[in-house]
Write a protein that binds this ligand. Structure first.
Ligand code: CP
Length: 311
């Protein structure tokens, strides 16, 4: 079992077979995570640095748990409170961490492309934990894995990605991943939040949220990323919630039960109402749970350790 890539920078570079290998490996790690002792010693001679230049709750904790459950040593670095504030560069920062015998780097950065830049300058394996508005590959993998788990597969399923597509690395990685796995994808939201030419990626565009919900088997609802919007792209959050938010009345009016997903953090009452986020149709916490097994699989496969993983 191995991947065709040395780093996990984006889903764009993966082959469909890589994604299937990650899923099969994650299946094994999900079993490990059901045991009383949720740990294997596969990476006990490996040290992983999680370096986060941007805020995170789920991704950072999920990577740290995944690494610890593989038996790895873990160091965590946050740009705030570090020597980055004194002007130290990204490459100097990472080379200093690697000089302390670190084997693998998991990085989140606000600059799109930062993990590719780093990969050109260091030897250690890099996992992209989200770069600007570009890619968030492990989120897309855990999203597709959660769809596979709930619906028995991804091929042929209709997935609607709703909301702020323009500023979403989750949207782009999901589109790459779902298309590679044979799903049909529609993106839906206000015209100002959908990039021009996105149809070139093989997706449909819909501006009416209700029509997108009527079409899909799964709705992946995305957060409005106000922190990345440098000019107003819609009038008010209230107006956004009214025209583009997903609520229970809307779901009840459909003639079927669709699956609701959200990568988090949720702006409750804006893109998603609590009566949907906390409903039986929602698999939001399953996504979070699956994130640990998916990240264990990615770290394990990139480590090149091979061998028995469920010992
Ligand atoms: N889904 C996601 O990336 O969440 P965090 O920003 O909390 O890591």
């Amino acid at each position: 079992m191995s991947l065709s890539v040395k780093h996990l920078l984006g889903i764009k570079e993966l082959q469909p077979e890589d994604i299937e290998t990650i899923f099969r490996t994650a299946d094994n790690f999900k079993q490990v995570l059901q045991r009383p002792i949720k740990k294997v010693p596969s990476l006990r001679d490996t040290t992983v640095a999680n370096i986060f230049f941007e805020n995170s709750t789920r991704t950072r904790i999920s990577f740290e748990l995944a690494e610890k459950r593989l038996g790895a040593d873990v160091v965590n670095f946050s740009a705030s409170g570090s020597s980055v504030s004194k002007g130290e560069t990204l490459i100097d920062t990472v080379n200093n961490i690697l000089a302390m015998k670190v084997d693998m780097v998991v990085m989140r950065h606000s600059a799109s492309g930062a993990p590719w830049f780093l990969a050109n300058h260091i030897d250690a394996a890099i996992v992209n934990a989200g770069d600007g508005i570009n890619e968030h590959p492990t989120q897309a993998l855990l999203d597709a894995y959660s769809i596979r788990e709930r619906l028995g597969g991804v091929k042929g399923k209709r997935i609607a990605i709703l909301g702020d597509i323009m500023h979403s690395r989750v949207a782009l990685s999901n589109i790459f991943c779902l298309k590679k796995l044979g799903a049909e994808v529609t993106v839906a939201g206000p015209p100002t939040l959908i990039p021009k030419h996105i149809q070139d990626l093989g997706v449909r565009v819909e501006y009416n949220i209700k029509k997108a919900l009527e079409w899909c088997d799964v709705a992946n609802v995305l957060r409005i990323q106000l922190e990345r919007q440098h000019k107003p792209l819609f009038s008010t959050l209230r107006e956004y919630a009214l025209y583009y938010g997903v609520n229970k009345d809307m779901l009840d009016s459909l003639k079927k039960n669709i699956v609701i997903m959200h990568p988090g953090p949720i702006n409750r009452g804006v893109e998603l109402n609590s009566d949907v986020a906390d409903s039986k149709q929602s698999i939001i916490l399953d996504q979070v749970e699956n994130g640990v097994a998916i990240r264990m699989a990615v770290i394990y496969l990139l480590s090149g350790k091979g061998g028995e993983i469920t010992e």
